[in-house]
Write a protein that binds this ligand. Structure first.
Ligand SMILES: *Cc1c(COP(=O)(O)O)cnc(C)c1O
Length: 408
């Protein structure tokens, strides 16, 4: 008799966004006149730029003519796109070979799938963090049951990211095998310094661990002293995989395009150099048939000089939203973090309120929807995430309502 994968039953959580939707719907049913303003979701809102649209149109036009038509491409991605990515990294002083870069349909799939090329061991995550890292390891069977009282799965090391450590963790005291890091961070908006990342690279080399570095928000870093790639740290190619995305940097949330870098120098156990790269290649060529050729043409355009310049203007627009939101939160006397090199504002709830209680309060009093910090891990309790993705007018209305109506 066929059995289901029981690991799915361990996923107690994963109810964050459905629960937000349920409470919002209930509120609207009771307050049909109210206009709800959403600062909750990390989804882009501004139109794609002209250069990217031209790239996508070229991709479509190519398909209309047998002379330029293409069907399946290389599973690893269009060579021109991989070269454009290598060139993009070389501008940061990072030299990559094209066969170290794997194009994908987004960073979510890659950050979910990457665990499958490693054996069972202890996983460490930032707490709070993007839920995909934990949930996919639960599904793969790396964890035991969910523990209600701690809000943690057994066999995962939760590295606290709290105000006291600037929302970036110390390296683990004991030995762990796979470490997920996200910088700039979703949800806290914190960015790791070079010294902090060096601590993790040194730890990984010494303990034969692997870092999975999620750089989905790299292009939101404006402070030139802060790293935007793990490979800015010496020897990171020996221990780190980096996952990137066009979603937040170029508005590809609906177009779908990302990439993963698996350096040839990355060695685990006593395998030879190139082994991990070949495993990811095997995984991708088996499970994945390549990103859309249209999307990849858009990606090439996005990485052109003009494309990058245009996207930067949109990033600046979102970051101005972030500045407006942060200023508002501070003006009502709440403590706000992030929002400077990342499009998220992470605020401490007033009077030690739980993050769900604050969700209800914000919704009832101001009609603004945000995201309770607890949804990202136990150390998110007492915090709340506001997203800077949105149209300026909507952001201004939400901010005005918070300033005028929130009773603290
Ligand atoms: C939005 C986001 C991604 C991007 O996922 P895509 O699948 O490329 O859209 C990856 N990681 C984090 C932490 C994110 O917030």
């Amino acid at each position: 008799m066929v059995k289901i994968n029981n690991n799915y039953d361990k996923l107690g959580a994963g109810y964050l966004f459905p629960e937000i939707a349920r409470r919002t719907k209930l509120f609207l049913a009771n307050n049909p006149q109210a206009k709800v303003m959403r600062l909750g979701i990390g989804n882009t809102t501004e139109a794609l730029t002209p250069t990217i649209i031209d790239g996508l149109k070229t991709g479509v036009a190519n398909l209309s003519d047998i002379k330029t038509y293409s069907g399946y491409g290389d599973e690893q991605g269009n060579t021109r796109l991989r070269e454009a990515l290598a060139n993009h990294f070389s501008k940061k002083g990072i030299q990559l070979q094209t066969n170290e870069i794997f194009v994908s349909d987004g960073a979510k799939s890659d950050s979910a799938n990457i665990q499958s090329i490693f054996g069972f061991g202890v996983v460490a995550v930032q707490d709070p963090s993007y839920p995909v890292y934990v949930d996919t390891n639960v599904i793969a069977g790396r964890t035991e049951e969910y523990d209600e009282s701690s809000g943690q799965y057994k066999n995962i090391l939760y590295m606290p990211c709290v105000a006291e450590n600037g929302f970036f963790p110390e390296v683990p005291k004991g030995k762990v095998d796979l470490i997920y890091l996200c910088s700039p961070n979703n949800p806290t908006g914190a960015v790791a310094t070079k010294e902090q990342l060096k601590g993790f690279v040194d730890y990984a080399i010494e303990n034969k661990a692997v870092l999975i570095f999620d750089s989905a928000y790299a292009s939101f870093v404006s402070d030139s002293n802060l790293p935007t790639s793990i490979y800015e740290i010496p020897r990171a190619k020996e221990c780190a995989i980096e996952i990137g995305s066009f979603s937040k940097s170029a508005g590809f949330t609906g177009v779908r395009l990302g990439y993963t870098i698996v350096p040839m120098d990355l060695v685990v156990e006593d395998t030879v150099a190139g082994k991990v790269n070949s495993l990811w290649n095997r995984r991708q060529t088996t499970f994945f048939n390549g990103a859309s050729n249209i999307a990849q043409m858009g990606g090439i355009a996005a990485l052109s000089e003009e494309g990058l310049k245009e996207s930067q203007e949109i990033i600046d627009y979102y970051m101005e939203n972030a500045r407006i939101i942060k200023k508002c939160i501070e003006s009502i006397g709440l403590k706000a973090y992030g929002g400077v090199n990342a499009p998220y504002i992470w605020l401490a709830t007033p009077n030690n309120m739980s993050s769900w209680d604050f969700f209800d309060k914000l919704l009832n009093e101001t009609h603004v929807v945000g995201t309770p910090g607890i949804g990202f891990g136990p150390n998110g309790e007492g915090y709340f995430r506001l997203s800077a993705f949105g149209h300026r007018d909507d952001i201004k209305q939400a901010v005005e309502s918070i300033v005028n109506n929130l009773k603290i």
